[in-house]
Structures are given as C-alpha cells and as structure tokens.
Design a binder for this molecule. Structure first.
Ligand code: TYD
Length: 266
C-alpha cells in the first residue's frame, strides 16, 4: 500500500551525526513542503520502545536471536502506532535508524543470516520500506572518536563488529541504489546537510517543489537589474544556491549522543 506521506530513514555507524542531520533535514522539508514532520527513532520511538531500548542497550548480555527479536518488536510497535498513522496523514516521517540497522548489526555484526533478520523485520512491519534511506558513511575509527559518555552495549561491541556493520550498509546501498543515498559523513556538517537535501529532494521527486519555494523566497529580478553578489550569504554551497530554509539560528553542534529526537516534532 502506498501512503500520501514521505518516509525517510537515516542509517550509519554510531557517531556518524545522523541525529543532527535528520533534525536539520526535517526542519527544511517542513519549510519547503508545508507538511507536518515527524522526527522519530529506533529503538525507542514509543513508550514501549523506550523500555525495549533500555533492555537491549543498557541491560546485561542478550542472546543474538533475542536481540534481533527485541529490535523487531520495537519496530513493529513503532510502525503500527507512529509511522503508518503519520504517513497516512500525509506527514514526512524521518526515522533515526530502521530495518537496515537490524540487517547491519544483527546479521552483519552478529552473524545471523541476513535473510532471517530482514524477513523478521519485513514481517514485523507488513513490508514497509522507506522511500529513501540516507546512509551517513564513516569509518568506525573516526566515529568512535566522536562519541562521548558511557558507551552502550552495542558501542562496546568492538571495531570488527562495527566494520562488518558498515560493510553491510554499503553493500545494501549498492544493491538498491533507487532507495539509498550514500553520503560521506566525514565532510563538514553543512556540506553533508546540503548534499542530503539535494539527494533526498531528487529521490522524493520534490525538486520542482523546492525550486518553486526558492523562486518565492527570491523573486525573479526585472530585466536589466543587476543582482548583488552572493558573498554575504553564509549558507553552504548548494543551499545558498537557491534552496530556502538554511540552518535557522546557525548550525548546531554535532549532537551525536542522540536521545533527544524521539517525539520532538510530534
Ligand atoms: P543509539 O544510541 O540510538 O545510537 P545511534 O545514535 O548511533 O543511532 O543506539 C542505537 C544502537 O542500537 C546502535 O548501536 C545501533 C543499534 N541497533 C541495532 O543493533 N539494531 C537495530 O535494529 C537498531 C534500530 C539499532
């Protein structure tokens, strides 16, 4: 079944900056489309999910299959109670992690079968896949250095685990290029965001909407008028070049710790 809304997921390693980038994209998509934006995340996008998140990330050892089932349970409830209703209302839903995280971490990382883990999530969600998935790709060694605070159970899983997860993300992106956008997350935050906007707008067929919004924001000059040089603009290239809705209030810090997203805009 297709929905009137747009479904975007962000994927990538811990510390890749997904949370910040998802929030900035949400602000911008709200401005250019005029739609409701729901920013959410997995695990933990619902009250039940918050409990599951605590158990799976901050509890004792969890068996690999039990771990896969807990993430799938979180996802099933999240999709049924938050994602599908929002998409049915015509909202833009942006989730910080979705099904591909399970395939990357529970299969790629933990070595369960990819078919099993993906099949489990497809069953849990009645087959709901994002319209576009943004992979913020970064070397796990670089992203580990960005993390602050006490590492959770998954963050402690080791470099090999995170390297395998990264390889799984990249392989899935290469196999399904119509759904995935791969961005080098080691680039400066503003450049990453500008690239995400261009690529997501193209994948969602929003480029005409974006151009229309840009034309309203900057009405065409009468013939013969000389336009001012754009050197005053402090927005990144590609955003200043016509996309409205830059970074209101400046670019926030790279808030990768990540507990503040769920429910922000709901
Ligand atoms: P979180 O603090 O949200 O990390 P991040 O900010 O990097 O997204 O913790 C989520 C952790 O759970 C992260 O290490 C990835 C892991 N995870 C899975 O292993 N499987 C999944 O299906 C999902 C959604 C997350």
């Amino acid at each position: 079944m297709t929905f009137p809304g747009y479904f975007v997921s962000f994927e990538g390693g811990d510390g890749s900056g997904k949370t910040t980038q998802a929030r900035l994209l949400g602000q911008w998509l709200g401005e250019v489309t005029g739609r409701e934006v729901v920013l959410t995340r997995e695990p933990g996008g619902t009250p039940l999910g918050a409990e599951l998140r605590r158990l799976v990330l901050h509890g004792d050892h969890v068996d690999a299959r039990a771990e896969a089932l807990l993430y799938a349970a979180d996802r099933a409830h999240h999709v049924a109670t938050v994602v599908r209703p929002a998409l049915a209302r015509g909202a833009v839903v942006i989730t910080d992690r979705y099904l591909d995280s399970s395939v990357a971490y529970q299969a790629g990382g933990r070595e369960l079968s990819e078919e099993d883990v993906e099949g489990l999530s497809l069953w849990a969600t009645h087959g709901l896949l994002p319209d576009v998935t943004v992979l913020l790709d970064v070397d796990p060694e670089v992203s580990a250095a960005r993390l602050s605070g006490e590492p959770d159970r998954l963050e402690r899983a080791g470099q090999d685990f995170h390297r395998r997860a990264r390889e799984t993300f990249l392989r899935r992106a290469a196999a399904e290029p119509a759904r995935w956008v791969v961005i080098d997350a080691a680039a400066p935050l503003e450049d990453v965001q500008a690239q995400i906007r261009v690529d997501v707008a193209a994948r969602l067929d929003l480029t005409p909407v974006v151009e229309e919004a840009a034309a309203v924001a900057a009405p065409e000059l009468p013939p013969g008028t000389v336009s001012e040089p754009a050197e005053e603009l402090d927005e990144p290239e590609g955003v200043a070049g016509g996309l409205p809705g830059g970074f209101p209030g400046g670019v926030p810090g790279d808030g990768v710790a990540g507990d503040a997203v769920a429910g922000d805009a709901r």
